[in-house]
Design a protein around this ligand. Structure first.
Ligand SMILES: Nc1nc2c(ncn2[C@@H]2O[C@H](COP(=O)(O)OP(=O)(O)OP(=O)(O)O)[C@@H](O)[C@H]2O)c(=O)[nH]1
Length: 394
């Protein structure tokens, strides 16, 4: 699948940077001219893989390249004002080759939180290709203002896009690590999961044996229809020393029993990887029953993939979600040492974390409103109480 990738804000830019690295490592051609947009000059400078010409600094007139300090209303206002600068960068993308747009942003701050929904709305007005979001939720301990920002931005981002793929930092934060080191690892996890989905359908070379390759339209149709999505992932290292099933083709019939056993092992491995992916830690933890549409992708060396395993995995996901709209396919990676499964659940709605986020956001909003209304009184008391006989200077 060909994706026009745009990172908004610091988290967005860093994750896009990591996606570009993933693309290089896999030798695939997935991301069309990745762009990073920010109000902070230093954030853009810190990127390693996004081409310098594709880094767009906005809001210079208002914040002088210093960021918006978690003020997402200002972030949104700047994005609206400077949308033409982002559009100029987009004009360099060969959009006719692109299957979809993906806007990546941390929703707890200011620039990405405010700007990403504004950009989504703009893209939907101009282009016919679907516009997806990858929204990162803040960890609970980041505090009320980040939670409030995220809750407000999340609502708008879902409304302005064709689907928001969610990653919850709270479910993934590591204890005892520095924030920066922790993010590096987390960003690796993000890219491994979403990268595999977007990479499916793209192949390195054309001599691979695939049973049922996932097509970009299957990813788009799983996401189309809107709402919120989560992704599960699991992998297993495989021993390629015996060459797997394909090397056995053409041998004598006395080997048929061994071949059947290998086939059964392959099927079982795939089925159990699909289950592990779905039941393990999701990018946004949620109850999978009621997920409206799903897609499973199983990637690995072609000799370790088979249709039966994917079919079984698909039936299992149907039972687990209660939805018949489950797509599935494989993604052959000839040089890989692992077999991996990524499962996308779209239209999920039993998500305790979103309810919790909204609850904390309501409390934060009430607290801020109260503080604001008390603020004038407090200042008045501080300056004037007991000091009535001192006249102000003018
Ligand atoms: N997963 C991940 N999350 C991050 C990373 N950096 C920041 N975040 C999250 O994203 C949220 C927003 O932070 P930033 O992206 O730095 O904010 P910004 O959009 O640049 O906005 P301002 O700094 O306010 O101008 C934070 O509250 C964190 O939850 C990162 O590298 N990876």
């Amino acid at each position: 699948m060909k994706v026009a990738l745009i990172g908004f804000g610091q988290a967005g830019g860093k994750i896009v940077d990591e996606f570009v690295d993933y693309e290089r490592r896999t030798g695939l051609d997935i991301f069309s001219s990745p762009i990073a947009v920010n109000t902070a000059k230093t954030d853009l400078r810190g990127l390693e893989n996004v081409p310098v010409d594709n880094r767009v600094l906005i809001g210079q007139a208002r914040v002088k390249g210093h960021g918006v300090g978690a003020d997402n209303e200002l972030g949104a206002a700047i994005a609206e004002q400077d949308i033409d600068e982002v559009q100029s960068a987009l004009d360099e993308i060969p959009v006719h080759e692109v299957d979809a747009f993906l806007i990546v942003a941390g929703l707890g701050g200011g620039t990405g939180s405010g700007g990403a929904p504004v950009l989504a709305k703009h893209l939907k007005r101009i282009y016919t290709e679907p516009v997806f979001g990858l929204g990162v939720l803040p960890a609970a301990d980041e505090g009320g203002i980040y939670t409030l920002n995220a809750a407000r931005s999340f609502q708008t981002f879902v409304r302005e896009t064709d689907n928001v793929l969610v990653f919850d930092n709270d479910a993934w934060r590591q204890t005892g690590e520095s924030m920066a080191g922790g993010y590096d690892q987390i960003n690796g996890e993000i890219v491994r999961r979403f990268g595999m989905l977007f990479a499916a359908g793209e192949t390195v070379g054309n001599d691979q044996v695939a049973e049922s390759v996932v097509d970009s339209s299957e990813i788009i149709n799983t996401l189309a229809g809107g709402g919120v999505s989560t992704v599960g992932y699991a992998s297993e290292t495989v021993d390629r020393s015996d060459g797997g099933l394909l090397s056995r083709v053409g041998r004598g019939s006395e080997d048929a029993v061994v071949d059947d056993m290998e086939e059964a092992n392959t099927t079982n491995r795939i089925t159990s990887l699909v289950r592990k992916a779905a039941l393990g830690r999701l990018t946004l933890p949620c109850d999978l029953s009621g997920a409206e549409r799903s897609l499973l992708v199983v990637g690995g060396p072609p000799e370790f993939l088979n249709r039966k395993g994917i079919e079984r995995g698909r039936s299992w996901v149907e039972e687990e979600t209660g939805s018949m709209e489950v797509r599935g396919g494989d993604y052959p990676i000839p040089d890989s040492e692992t077999v991996a499964s990524a499962v996308l659940f779209s239209g999920v709605h039993k998500v305790p974390r979103i309810k919790e986020l909204q609850q904390v956001a309501i409390e934060a909003r009430e607290n801020l409103d109260q503080l604001q209304s008390e603020s004038e009184d407090n200042l008045d008391k501080l300056l004037n109480e007991g000091a009535e006989e001192i006249a102000p200077l003018y």
